[in-house]
Design a protein around this ligand. Structure first.
Ligand SMILES: [Zn+2]
Length: 108
């Protein structure tokens, strides 16, 4: 599960129960045969407990979720209203791409 606000993926950890890591903690990933819509990847990540574990992520979570364009809302403290998350994060995604942080789709 990817959290667009923190930029972290959540996986299970045998020692801590749950671990939240950034994309840079991924050590390997391999597309699994079979699933195509969405494709599923087996990843190995460096956990915050100090060990490495296996996890599964979908193509959508790897490629699209970091852009923050999915549905959802957040509480805008400036207006005290719930507002669409996509609108807020679209500008962040555009700024990251302009800074050279490309999504995974560029490398496929
Ligand atoms: Zn762990």
């Amino acid at each position: 599960m990817y959290d667009a606000l923190t930029g972290r993926y959540t996986f299970t950890c045998p020692a801590q129960g749950r671990s939240r890591v950034t994309l840079s903690a991924f050590r390997t990933f391999e597309r699994l045969p079979g699933a195509a819509h969405p494709a599923v990847y087996h990843i190995r990540f460096a956990c915050t407990c100090g060990d490495e574990h296996d996890g599964l992520v979908s193509h959508d979570e790897l490629d699209w979720a970091p852009l923050g364009l999915q549905g959802g809302v957040f509480l805008n403290l400036m207006t005290d209203r719930l507002e669409p998350l996509a609108d807020e994060l679209r500008e962040v995604a555009a700024a990251r791409i302009k800074a050279g942080e490309w999504s995974w789709a560029i490398f496929w």
